[in-house]
Ligand binder design. Sequence first.
Ligand code: GZL
Length: 331
Amino acid sequence: MLRKRAGALLAAALMVSALAACGDDEGSGSAGGGGGGDGKLVLGFSQVGAESGWRTANTKSIQESAAEAGYELKFSDAQGKQENQIKAIRSFITQRVDVIAFSPVVESGWDTVLKEAQDAEIPVILTDRAIDSPDESLYESFIGSDFVLEGKKAGEWLVEEYKDETGPVNIVELQGSPGAAPANDRKAGFAEVIAAEPEKFKVIASQTGQFTRTDGKQVMETFLKSHDDIDVLYAHNDDMGLGAIEAIEAAGLKPGEDIKIITVDAVKDGMTALADGKINFIVECSPLLGPQLMELAQTVADGGSVEKRVLTEETTFTQEQAKEALPDRKY
Ligand code: GZL
């Protein structure tokens, strides 16, 4: 009797696990069903804004890649506000798009809306910037740069550049927009490297320039008014560095000589200033995420599995390398 009972229980257990597995398969199947009626994949994308040359190039890459892939792209510009991105994501859910992708303007505060997308069985892909949620099930993949490494590359160039000098080397820093992953991480990576020589490398001022030329110029003006011993500017993107160059020149100083400048991005205007000797070193951060995003979107829409982290390839440029690279730059 006991053996029969055990057999029945085992059969029941096997049946339950089989059903559960089947249920899981449905969960990751092509979701949303928001196909634009004509079977086109419908991608909802919430963009940070239009704050910099990098962002413009990133938007262009996404729009052109979606068109080339034949997808219907629902594109929303959040103008730098998280509440606008949250509204856009909710709208994409209501419209039953097939896939949602976005570049989170800040790292925190996404769990609630991403849970709503998960409950609606619409897969989400993060592009460009990360979020700090511990729940990695809220998104299928994050495609973007390693911003801590970018900050480290900037710091390593500085240490090498001043290796034969005793210092102190006084640094001012233009940070990206508050709470943004690239701002947090580029600051951390740079600080980690220069912390090896704390008596030599000193950050005497550090303030956000919101990733924009205008703010970068204004903040650099205040730095110049309160410090007459600035050796180096570390700007978290080219645009703030370019704004700072205007302030440095207006103060009668030579950018790239009186004040050495390190920036991140490597957009055309930044690379031109580098080639002209007004910037000394640029760490590249590629905005051309469109093609890979479209591939990821198709895979997740088809219920396929993708890498949780897709790292973008990028390099660094000196003044000489910028001169050589400029003619072939795509952005
Ligand atoms: C980096 C991106 C940053 C750029 C800035 O991936 O999020 O935002 O470095 C842009 O130029 O504003």
